[in-house]
Design a binder for this molecule. Structure first.
Ligand code: NAD
Length: 497
């Protein structure tokens, strides 16, 4: 059985583990590896190494830092097949989706190669006679990234390229369910020429996360995961003097207007609801159908959804893999059962799907529910599985009321051919990422990613310009030189002319 170790100080390291965590292949239900859990001593050691490494790394020229980022970008491209296979084996998503997440993650490496542009400051000459001012942004120090299971490559890549390119040291705490992509990333950074200790990986459970949140040597925390944990991270991190960005869960809604192209909408809704078995924070689990569109839409989505080939992620033609664990499957089935008991119609039922040869895998087929009462947990909880709920609204006003009553505000979309209606929606909707006929409106890496309400705690979105801001501190420098003939010192606070 494979043992998965920490990556500390430039290499694999056992440390002094407190235990082991089973790493399972969700397509087979078999445990394929044991993951060592880092102890608080291991964390102390990694932080000490990171502090020393960061002091030196922050002094490395921007030219050299961007060279590392260019090399890293190429290495991730060269190794994407290997990384995708690791993701499929631990997460279960299909191979092309794993390649897709690496590609989207790599976009942040692309952005990081131009960090020299993003870090340009401002300069005003002669603000008083002989006095100039300029601004600069400096790294915050040691940054930790705490990540969810569902994007083992992309979510960490939303963080570390910018944290590192801006001169910080980065400690990655991957999900214990999907740790291997993080360790391959560490190997690639080393090959790219990143000095030892600037990027490290520590795995473990909630004790390790608490240790990170309370550690004196860590200056900032990027977190992506569920909302209850985002609250813990935000509250504990801030209480310990850290800068925190905490991206939480979601329950994304799309509105389908009666004038929308329903065939187009159905195809896109099916892909957005069932892609990656619904285990995306930008998945689309709820559609609000306006007027009499609901039943027709449900039938059209069904036609697409029942053609989806479900199976192990490396299987020929497979479009959807298993969910992450037996526990997750049980929870999702429970939510569907409960909605049915409350009067929902099951238009397409994926509960009893069995994949031949993978009977112990955690598979579910696409499921479509209509007539779901809004007080059913299947409607208002984050379902994080291959389930689409279609609810009805009489008008746009009713629909936007339903959407904005949701506690989360990650992404939202409208399907319509009416430009004025679309514009109105983009202004009305309480969500951080909005799509017009685009059901998964995930911004490219040179824009920032983030939600509103319970989908994002803290005030900065992740990656893009807001990522640069998060990982750096501003400084304004006012200077003059005695060689200039300036005014004599004065006790007054008045500005010199
Ligand atoms: P999770 O919250 O269970 O875990 C996230 C991280 O926190 C993991 O590294 C985990 O080890 C750690 N953790 C878990 N419980 C903890 C606790 N009690 N105390 C301290 N640390 C703890 O999330 P998950 O199940 O791995 O991922 C799915 C969730 O992530 C979904 O809610 C999804 O919407 C969300 N997500 C959000 C975004 C976004 O951009 N907003 C992106 C991806 C995933």
């Amino acid at each position: 059985m494979k043992t998965i170790k920490q990556w500390v100080g430039g290499g694999y390291w056992d440390g002094n583990p407190t235990g082991e965590i089973d790493v399972e292949n969700p397509a087979t239900g078999e445990v394929d590896a044991k993951l060592l859990q880092a102890s608080s001593d291991d964390l102390d050691r990694a932080v000490e190494i990171a502090k020393e490494a960061q002091k030196k790394w922050a002094k490395v020229s921007l030219a050299k830092r961007t060279e590392v980022m260019f090399r890293m970008r190429q290495l991730v491209l060269d190794h994407q097949d290997e990384m995708a296979r690791l993701i499929v084996a631990e997460h279960g998503k299909n191979y092309s989706d794993a390649i897709g997440e690496i590609q989207r993650g790599r976009e942040t490496l692309d952005f990081a190669t131009s960090i020299n542009v993003a870090l340009k400051g401002e300069h005003s000459f002669n603000i008083s006679t002989g006095v100039d001012i300029h601004t600069l942004r400096q790294p915050v120090g040691v940054v930790a990234g705490i990540c969810p299971f569902n994007f083992p490559a992309m979510v960490p890549m939303w963080m570390h390229p910018l944290a590192i390119a801006t001169g910080n040291a980065f400690i990655l705490k991957p999900s214990s369910a999907t740790p291997s992509a993080a360790l391959l990333t560490a190997e690639l950074y080393k090959e790219a020429g990143l000095p030892d200790g600037v990027f490290q990986v520590l795995s473990g459970n909630r004790d390790l996360v608490t240790g990170i949140l309370e550690h004196d040597g860590i200056n900032a925390i990027s977190f992506v995961g569920s909302t209850p944990v985002a609250h813990i991270v935000q509250n504990t991190g801030v209480a310990h003097g850290k800068r925190v960005q905490a991206l939480g869960g979601a329950n994304n809604h799309a509105i389908v207007m009666p004038d929308a192209d329903l065939d187009f909408a159905a195809q896109h809704i099916s892909a957005a609801a069932f892609g990656a078995a619904g285990e995306r924070c930008m998945a689309l689990p709820v559609v609000v159908a306006v007027g009499d569109t609901g039943d027709r839409l449900a039938q059209l989505v069904k036609q697409h959804a029942e053609k989806i080939l479900v199976g192990p992620g490396m299987g020929e033609g497979v479009e959807m893999g298993p969910v992450i664990s037996a526990k997750a499957k049980e929870r999702i089935v429970g939510l569907i059962d409960d909605a049915e008991e409350r009067g929902a119609k099951v238009v397409l039922d994926g509960r009893s799907l069995v994949v031949e040869g993978h009977e112990k895998g955690h598979f579910l087929g696409p499921t479509i529910l209509t007539d779901v009462p809004l007080d059913a947990p299947a409607y208002y909880e984050e379902i994080f599985g291959p389930v689409l709920v279609i609810v009805h609204a009489d008008s746009y006003e009713d629909a936007i009321g339903i959407v904005n009553a949701v506690e989360f505000g990650n992404g939202s979309a409208i399907f319509t051919n009416d430009g004025g209606m679309a514009r109105r929606f983009t202004l009305d909707v309480e969500a951080g990422m909005v799509g017009v006929n685009v059901p998964i409106p995930t911004p490219v890496a040179y824009y920032s990613f983030g939600g509103w309400k319970q989908s994002l705690l803290g005030d900065t979105h992740i990656h893009g310009p807001e990522g640069v801001k998060f990982y750096t501190r501003a400084k304004a420098v006012t200077s003059r030189w005695p060689s200039e003939k300036t005014y004599a010192a004065t006790m007054s606070f008045q500005r010199e002319a």
